[in-house]
Design a protein around this ligand. Structure first.
Ligand code: SAH
Ligand code: SF4
Length: 365
């Protein structure tokens, strides 16, 4: 069986330099390779024409340039694009699993590129997965339906952003949100490493302020994240104004109370000075009543956080419904009148089931 080899998206310049020296290449090859991959989007070593032919051939044997293979690519009418990626072990490009055959049961995740234009600038947001499946199993979410199948490495997270950056001629990815499959703080070390690569000048150079980690809420990991002093935005998927409603839709709310979660959120805010966003997916007749909005306003004011209201994207086989537009606006108005900074998140890519976990779910049923 072929041995796993080093995977370029998992390496920083220092570790790549060590590798190239051990393959009897000059150290500066590492910078050339990173420039080809991140700067020019070239991943076939044989095309790296400022490297000697011998070095190109050695790289083709020794280094794995991509682990993902796009098995489905969908475009929505609003410009949103979604990739279903199948992951293989790290093997060199010449090894057999880089062939086109679909290998049954290989892990798959999805990621989405969302373009947006306002009057002054244009944004291209990459929405990435951090795990294969999800261990949490929120009742309204397609990602957790089959439980957790595994963690992605930092390189696999970075590869998603890299691939989404190639999808359009609109330009570079400007924003990254960890809102695809998986619970990012349950794969903490790899997510933190991926964030550093996304921010690095030698890689994608994305501003930390434009990277959002969305979590269902693991208090100890929220504190750890605060202590890393990464300048990222934290979004907490609250989805309920109190523990009773939260436990009905989020299984892990059995182990973590809202008080514990909000205390960790306060610590994050105090330590980083960065405002937290609370996410709230509106589910008809579950958490969308006026009294829920009033209770939620208290929570948001105490934490001095913003609220993003998310319109539920229907998932076949799940019993929840999307509230009507009038209910959504009423909910928003109650929060706004209570002095909370609240936005209704535009529902993008609905025609391609762009909510987390839906594409893989559809591909499998
Ligand atoms: N596990 C993390 C990040 C991935 S989920 C978290 O839960 O925050 C990203 C966001 O998508 C979460 O706020 C989640 O609640 C929301 N989401 C999941 N399924 C959805 C659906 N069917 N419609 C709308 N939003 C959904
Ligand atoms: Fe996992 Fe987030 Fe989906 Fe909940 S909403 S199952 S935490 S991905």
């Amino acid at each position: 069986m072929p041995q796993p080899v080093d995977y370029v998206f998992d390496l920083d310049p220092e570790s790549l330099r060590e590798r190239v020296l051990s393959w009897e290449m000059p150290a500066y090859r590492a910078d050339q390779i990173l420039d080809w991959v991140y700067g020019r989007h070239v991943i076939n070593p044989l095309e790296m024409n400022n490297l000697s032919l011998r070095d190109r051939e050695v790289l083709a044997q020794r280094l794995c340039f991509t682990r993902g293979r796009v098995v489905r690519h969908q475009s929505a009418t609003d410009g949103t694009q979604k990739l279903l990626i199948e992951w293989n072990d790290a093997r060199p490009p010449t090894a057999p699993n880089h062939s086109l055959a679909v290998v049954a049961g290989q892990p798959q995740t999805e990621c989405v590129m969302i373009p947006a234009q306002d009057t002054t600038r244009s944004r291209r947001t990459a929405c990435v997965s951090s795990q294969v499946g999800c261990p949490v199993g929120c009742r309204f979410c397609a990602s957790g339906l089959g439980g957790l199948e595994g963690n992605l490495t930092a390189g696999q997270i970075v590869e998603q952003v890299w691939r989404l950056g190639m999808l359009s001629d609109l330009g570079r990815i400007t924003n990254v949100v960890f809102m695809g499959m998986g619970e990012p703080l349950a794969n903490f070390d790899q997510v933190a490493r991926a964030v550093r690569t996304l921010m690095a000048d030698w890689a994608l150079g994305i501003s930390g302020r434009k990277i959002t980690i969305s979590t269902v809420g693991l208090p100890a990991q929220i504190r750890r994240l605060a202590e890393l002093d990464l300048p990222v935005t934290l979004a907490i998927s609250l989805h309920a104004p109190n523990d009773e409603v939260r436990r009905r839709i989020i299984p892990w709310a059995e182990f973590v109370t809202m008080a514990q979660l909000l205390e960790a959120g306060r610590y994050y805010f105090e330590r980083t000075g960065r405002e937290i966003t609370l996410e709230y997916v509106l589910l008809h007749a579950v958490n969308d009543r006026p009294e829920h909005a009033r209770e939620l306003a208290q929570v948001a004011r105490e934490l001095r956080s913003n609220i993003n209201l998310i319109q539920f994207n229907e998932v076949p086989a799940l019993p929840y419904q999307r509230p009507g537009d009038a209910e959504v606006r009423r909910f928003r108005d109650i929060l706004a009148q209570a002095g909370v900074n609240v936005h209704i998140r535009a529902s993008r890519g609905r025609d391609i089931a762009a909510a987390c976990g839906q594409l893989r779910h559809e591909a499998r049923v």
